[in-house]
Design a binder for this molecule. Structure first.
Ligand SMILES: Nc1ncnc2c1ncn2[C@@H]1O[C@H](COP(=O)(O)OP(=O)(O)OP(=O)(O)O)[C@@H](O)[C@H]1O
Ligand SMILES: CC(C)(CO)[C@@H](O)C(=O)[O-]
Ligand code: BAL
Length: 280
């Protein structure tokens, strides 16, 4: 496994592999890797790609300074995990390498970046688009792998690829959960013991909503999920929305779409967790 820190080294490595006829697969991450990230890496490897993974905690997508400061960083452990999995190349740039100048670009994805995470984390998706567009330009991957835990992020990336004509196939990967149902997330390691015990209630509430099914109104499902999660004193729902999977617009009736997801964000003390489930 090679580790490079500059765009020039990255370009040279990838260009050599492309010359050899390799398909380039790319897994962007912010590090503090867990089995969810590794599922993306595994998919990329089993697709037969020369697998490039980036580790970069992107400052422009954090709207909360403390969140950025406290974001877990464990590069040595991450590199050992990636090496063990058989990743070919890791790109670990500095902030200066990624942003030699302030990135002033603004992206507009219409209505899909104005709801849910976009509404609660102002500027977040602009920062994600800034860094992912730079990474796509640097790596020029044939395929790029994203997790469905970050449901809205996948929609934003697909919109960006379309809008800016990137020649990359976006591969969506299913959510990997802990044995108690909690969606794996780097931020889980910031939870204290009591918070960690409470956090699986999020997925339990989503699963219960799915069990209720479309014979229960969306309004009632929303009330039940909010009540179930908020009943735990460690948890506070920031939003729970029932949306069309493509437009991400809020729905009031099951008849409005055949592809409906419930998306939730929950504050667990100072930590914010997100999750989602297909409801129809
Ligand atoms: N549990 C999971 N299952 C599937 N994919 C995941 C999971 N967790 C993260 N990913 C995906 O891994 C990629 C990198 O995510 P990231 O480095 O932000 O990790 P994270 O665990 O989502 O961290 P956090 O949510 O705390 O920022 C993203 O495409 C993300 O959707
Ligand atoms: C795609 C990404 C690596 C961009 O910083 C990040 O948002 C993430 O890890 O999901
Ligand atoms: N996985 C999404 C990255 C973030 O929360 O900033």
């Amino acid at each position: 496994m090679k580790v490079v820190r500059t765009a020039a080294e990255l370009d040279q490595e990838v260009a050599n592999q492309r010359k050899n006829g390799q398909t380039i697969g790319f897994v962007p991450t912010m590090g503090a890797l867990h089995v969810g990230h590794i599922s993306l890496v595994n998919k990329c490897l089993t697709d037969g790609c020369y697998t490039v993974c980036s580790i970069f905690v992107n400052p422009t997508q954090f709207n909360d300074k403390n969140d950025l400061k406290n974001y877990p960083r464990m590069p040595e452990q991450d590199l050992a995990l990636l090496e063990e999995r058989g990743v070919h190349l890791v790109f670990m740039p500095s902030v200066e390498e990624m942003y030699p100048e302030t990135d002033t670009r603004t992206f507009d994805f219409g209505s899909i970046d104005k709801v849910m995470e976009g509404a609660k984390r102002p500027g977040h998706f602009n920062g994600v688009a800034q860094v992912v567009s730079k990474l796509f330009t640097m790596v020029q991957p044939d395929k790029a792998y994203f997790g469905e835990k970050d449901f809205q992020q996948v929609a934003i990336i697909n919109a960006m690829v379309k809008q800016h004509g990137f020649k990359v196939e976006i591969v969506r990967c299913p959510i990997v959960r802990d044995t108690d149902g909690l969606a794996l997330s780097s931020r889980n390691m910031l939870l204290n013991a009591q918070q960690r015990k409470s956090a699986p209630t999020i997925y339990r509430a989503l699963s219960d909503a799915k069990l209720l099914g479309t014979s229960t109104s969306i309004e009632e499902i929303k009330e039940k999920v909010m009540a179930q999660v908020n009943a735990d004193s460690e948890l506070e729902v920031e939003y729970f929305d029932v949306v069309d999977a493509d437009s991400l617009q809020s729905l009031t009736s099951w008849e409005e779409s055949n592809n409906i997801f419930g998306c939730i964000a929950v504050k667990v003390g100072a930590i914010r967790l997100i999750d989602n489930i297909r409801l129809k």
